[in-house]
Design a protein around this ligand. Structure first.
Ligand SMILES: CC(C)(COP(=O)(O)OP(=O)(O)OC[C@H]1O[C@@H](n2cnc3c(N)ncnc32)[C@H](O)[C@@H]1OP(=O)(O)O)[C@@H](O)C(=O)NCCC(=O)NCCS
Length: 152
């Protein structure tokens, strides 16, 4: 499938009326964080968090949530709805994050079974730095990954 041209795919901070659409994507998603509208709204209202969306001329195509800490930035969530995957949307979101947090380390947790996301992060320069055993409520392990600022 063709990748979107970079000139038609852009990223920006989300606007409050758009949060419900992000929650709808989450409701039909089986991988990832599976956030509800409450959690997305909570994150939106938090000063230390940023929610970025990717869009083309007609619609939103994905979103990512990062939270700042004194020693770097944690990627809390990223989701591209199924119909928009493998076209560079996730990469565009991550590149936008890397630009915004330039000079800082970024880390994240991903389900051990979510191998597609792990391949995605590896392609962006993330390395596995550890495993948290039975981290998720359902007993699945979390893989910890990070990207050092020198990658910029
Ligand atoms: C992970 C996710 C955000 C990737 O978004 P995307 O827009 O499809 O990613 P991109 O098109 O930018 O992919 C870039 C590269 O990542 C790798 N990649 C992405 N999806 C992959 C998959 N399913 N299997 C293997 N590699 C994959 C590939 O190398 C891909 O490049 P290619 O398409 O040229 O082969 C998306 O699959 C998603 O929303 N998944 C469900 C939610 C989730 O798991 N979030 C992560 C929680 S930690």
């Amino acid at each position: 499938m063709l990748k979107w041209l970079s000139r038609v795919l852009s990223t920006r901070l989300v606007r409050e009326p758009e949060l419900a659409e992000l929650a709808e994507w989450e409701a039909s998603n089986t991988l990832g964080a599976r956030w509800g509208l409450d959690q997305i709204t909570e994150e939106y209202l938090l000063q230390s968090s940023q929610i970025l969306v990717a869009e083309d001329a007609s619609s939103l195509l994905g979103y990512a949530v990062v939270r700042s800490f004194p020693d770097g930035v944690e990627l809390f969530n990223i989701l591209v709805p199924k119909h928009a995957r493998r076209r560079g949307v996730g990469t565009a979101l991550m590149q936008a994050i890397h630009e915004r947090v330039e000079g800082q380390a970024v880390w994240l947790e991903v389900r051990a079974g979510n191998e597609s996301a792990q391949r995605f992060y590896e392609g962006l320069g993330y390395e596995q730095i550890g495993v948290r055993s039975r981290y998720y409520r359902d007993g699945e392990d979390a893989v910890l990954m990070s990207r050092e600022p020198a990658m910029d």
